[in-house]
Structures are given as structure tokens and as C-alpha cells.
Design a protein around this ligand. Structure first.
Ligand code: AMP
Length: 192
């Protein structure tokens, strides 16, 4: 089964993806991580994108789709991918649809971890007290949260219309969220 996971920074997307990977033997395709690795390994793509990523801008759809296709076309990962960080726009949603069709796959479920800005702020201030971080981290995190919510809104709407969207209340404990996700997975596995 292929999954897309959405959630603003600080929502616990990393923790839940890890849980899914381990429990269901899935492969996590994080575009941010793949792109950072290209830079780290100084590949041709890495050289092209390092300044774009440093500026916090989005990498071109051509580059991202080339990297994504490598994974989708790999039979080792067939129908066991968690998409994290992609798609980020309706254009990318369309790219993903076409790639999945090409390799005879589909999206089975879209999970959105929903957390309020208030909770994100609270989590940051708790961390700040622990790690004695400066105030800038809160400002940056608020900006990233708002940007994330705004940019993913049309994409989320798209999957909602297709009846693939499950909104998970990310305000609860990690274990409670694990449990809700497991219940959803059990339902889907029943359908497949
Ligand atoms: P992330 O780790 O998902 O926050 O991504 C880190 C950076 O990687 C972003 O700021 C973008 O520069 C780039 N990136 C990640 N995913 C995408 C994507 N789907 N499309 C374009 N750029 C992306």
C-alpha cells in the first residue's frame, strides 16, 4: 500500500512515519532527505539545488519528479511507499498521479496529522526551556507552520474529494496516534 503523510513541522510526522515503516514494512520517501543527500554527495543535481535549498525555496518539479520516479519505478519499493514532503502543489499531485499510473500503482490513503499553532508554540517553548534555545526558533517555526498549511491546503482538498483523506488529531499522545493509525490501516487492509 502507498501512503501520503502530511503534517506541519512539529506535528510528529517523523515519529509516525517511523512507526508505519517498522510496523508495515514500508519505505519512507522523504523528498527533503533525498534532496539533502544529493547535496551531501555533490551529485550534478546536488550542485544545481544547493543554493535553492539554502534560500528555503522549492526545487524544480523536473528535478523532484526525476528523483521520485527512481523510487516509484524500483520494484523493491512497489506499493510500499510513504510519501513525505511530496506532493507540495497541485502540479506535483498531477505528476504523482501520472507516475503511479505508469508503474501500475495508486495511493491507498492520505494521512494528515492535524495540530494547532497553539500546540506547536507550546511544544517549542517546552523544548526551549529544556535546551535553552533562543526566541528566533519560535518565530521561524510559526512562519513555517503557516507556510506549510497554506501551501498544502489545495493538495489536501484534492485528496479529500477523492475520499482518501484521513485527518488524525495530532494533539494526543504518540501511543494514541499510533493506535488510530493502526486502526485506519486495519480497515484499509480489509479493503485491499
Ligand atoms: P522538507 O524536509 O520536506 O522540509 O524539505 C526541505 C527542502 O527540500 C524544502 O525547503 C525544499 O527546498 C526541498 N523540497 C522538499 N520537498 C520538495 C518538493 N516536493 N518540491 C520541491 N522542493 C522540495
Amino acid at each position: 500500500m502507498n501512503i501520503i503523510i502530511f503534517g506541519p513541522p512539529g506535528a510528529g510526522k517523523g515519529t509516525q512515519s517511523k512507526f508505519l515503516v517498522e510496523k508495515y514494512n514500508l519505505y519512507q520517501l522523504s523528498t527533503g532527505e533525498i534532496l539533502r543527500n544529493e547535496i551531501k554527495n555533490s551529485t550534478n543535481i546536488g550542485k544545481k539545488i544547493s543554493s535553492i535549498m539554502d534560500a528555503g525555496s522549492l526545487v524544480s518539479d523536473e528535478i523532484v519528479s526525476e528523483l521520485i520516479e527512481k523510487i516509484i519505478s524500483n520494484s523493491n519499493y512497489k506499493s510500499r511507499i510513504i510519501f513525505d514532503g511530496f506532493p507540495r502543489s497541485l502540479k506535483q499531485t498531477n505528476i504523482l498521479d501520472n507516475l503511479l499510473k505508469k508503474y501500475n500503482q495508486k495511493i491507498d490513503i492520505v494521512l494528515k496529522l492535524s495540530v494547532t499553532l497553539e500546540t506547536i508554540k507550546k511544544r517549542i517553548s517546552e523544548r526551549k526551556n529544556l535546551e535553552k534555545r533562543s526566541d528566533d526558533s519560535e518565530e521561524i517555526a510559526i512562519k513555517r507552520y503557516k507556510m506549510y498549511e497554506k501551501s498544502t491546503e489545495p493538495v489536501i482538498e484534492y485528496y479529500k474529494k477523492l475520499n482518501l483523506l484521513k485527518v488524525i488529531d495530532g494533539e494526543r499522545s504518540i501511543e494514541q496516534i499510533n493506535k488510530e493509525i493502526s486502526d485506519i490501516m486495519a480497515l484499509i487492509e480489509g479493503w485491499l
